[in-house]
Design a protein around this ligand. Structure first.
Ligand code: LLP
Length: 464
């Protein structure tokens, strides 16, 4: 693109997006965006897990991920309750560390891992191997062998090559591995293209087109070292429309029925994946886990009854909907700068002490977040602001649009809700910024579950 006058491209900025309301009270918290224990105390600062965020920021520094342990555990239990007689696997990729792996297992969930690294953390956390499901579209032979030898409960197979790889690795050890076949059900889930996983032209699963998935079922059934538990589908992430899950479940059940009709195989299970959306801003309106459970169970029961096959045991794999809402990132404001535009508009840029290294989602997916002044209340009028990080990129945005009190100033703390999923797990050391710690809070006590990186950590891989 040729150089152009800035104003021509950026005209019209300075206006809030349509969904963002000017808040009647900028100090009020939209409670459904925040973890269960968050409130604004009489002194004006936010309190999380019974602890004042100003004290937590003093003790642990900023930026800091504050994780409401009870909120995380409550969401695990809510999903388990939503699927009675079924299985819930926490999708570890959302946010995995020893603590979250243990919380999920203590609340009765299994763990979905998709790499050798995630498997290693799950095993180190003491998760029962039989409760681990191994996903991924390119499991190496070494990963497969390690998982087999550890006694991992199930493999979700993604290609013909993988059927052969696992089949021979299991046969060589005299084992019979439990597997699911991942099916690409051919659905355009309305989410960001990078996180939609069941449209036709992407890498995951066996397609329904040309009987590819049916052939995979036949191949697994024919392999003596593999036992087919059932079919699996995951259609993408941050999905709100229950119709997408319903269409997926219906297509999966059709193949499940065909396995019975063509091979006499009564598959005991059906995996419906994860991807359940959460609220990051006021424009998001997710279903509860209970509502989701009812819909998923009834669609499968209905389709199976119509086909005259027994209803299989269901499993789901929520990641974001468990970890996402339980974490808040707290940053300190460093600079506040009004940027005036040729058009006469202006925008206030509020720079904080983290950014795209602790939350890449705005930059990568254009994800919208919200935030609030966390260290005090303010009587100043609301001002449209953009919260940005400290990295050397103009795309280093934390919150694209938010109304903050007009007197926001250096030293203030800002809190961003909904950062528990895919923020720490996709974090980086870009610009040699050490990654923030994760501090779990619960009933007035705080505990570091991942410590802050140090400058020594930044150098630990360099040859001296
Ligand atoms: N099951 C499978 C097979 C998956 O691939 C995923 C996510 C999940 C379950 C959990 O999805 P969830 O419930 O968390 O939406 N980095 C992106 C999300 C990528 C999701 C990858 N797979 C983001 O930040 O939005």
């Amino acid at each position: 693109m040729r150089v152009h006058e800035a104003g021509a491209l950026h005209a019209g900025i300075g206006a809030a997006p349509g969904w963002l309301r000017v808040p009647a009270d900028p100090n009020a918290l939209e409670t459904h965006l925040w973890p269960g224990s968050v409130r604004r105390a009489d002194h004006g600062a936010l309190v999380l897990g019974g602890l004042d965020v100003r004290d937590l920021a003093r003790q642990y520094g900023t930026p800091v991920f504050l994780c409401d342990e009870d909120d995380f555990r409550t969401r695990c239990r809510a999903f388990a309750d939503a699927l009675p007689g079924g299985d819930v696997y926490y999708a570890a990729k959302a946010f995995l560390c020893l603590a979250t792996a243990r919380w999920a297992s203590e609340e009765g969930l299994g763990l979905d891992v998709c790499t050798g690294g995630e498997l290693a953390v799950a095993l180190r956390a003491g998760v029962a191997p039989t409760r681990i499901a191994f996903h991924g579209n390119n499991k190496s032979v070494a990963e497969i062998v390690r998982a087999l030898e550890a006694g991992v409960g199930r493999f979700v197979l993604d290609s013909e090559l993988e059927i052969a790889r696992l089949g021979s690795a299991a046969a060589a050890r005299g084992l019979r591995a439990d597997v699911m076949v991942r099916v690409n059900v051919g659905i355009e889930a309305h989410t960001h293209e990078y996180i939609a996983t069941a449209h036709e032209d992407q890498k995951f699963g066996f397609s329904l087109v040309d009987g590819h998935a049916a052939a995979a079922v036949a191949d697994v059934l024919a392999a003596p070292s593999l036992r087919l538990l059932g079919l699996h589908s995951h259609i993408g992430s941050q999905i709100f429309d229950p119709a997408a899950f319903e269409v997926s479940a219906r297509r999966l059940v059709q193949l499940h029925v065909a396995a019975r009709d063509e091979h006499g195989a009564e598959l005991p299970e059906l995996g419906l994946g994860g991807g359940f959306g959460i609220a990051y801003t006021l424009q998001d309106d997710p279903l509860t886990s209970a509502e989701l459970g009812v819909r998923l169970r009834s669609i499968v029961a209905h389709e199976c009854a119509a086909a005259g096959v027994p209803t299989p045991r269901l499993s789901i794999e929520p990641g974001r909907a468990i970890a996402g809402p339980s974490v808040v990132t707290v940053y300190e404001v460093g600079t506040v700068k009004p940027v005036r535009l040729e058009s006469g508009a202006s925008r206030t840029y509020v720079s904080v002490d983290g950014g795209m290294s602790d939350n890449i989602r705005a930059g990568l997916y254009g994800a919208a977040y919200s935030c609030t002044l966390a260290s005090r209340t303010s009587e100043a009028p609301p001002m449209l602001a953009r919260v940005v990080g400290k990295h050397c990129e103009s795309g280093d945005v934390v919150v694209q649009d938010e109304f903050l009190p007009a007197d926001v100033r250096p030293g203030d703390l800002l809190a961003v809700p909904g950062t528990g999923a895919y923020c720490r797990s996709m974090s980086s050391n870009y610009n040699h910024v050490p990654r923030p710690p994760v501090v779990a809070v619960r009933a007035g006590a705080a505990r570091v579950i991942i410590r802050r990186e140090t400058e020594d950590d930044l150098l630990r891989l360099d040859s001296p």
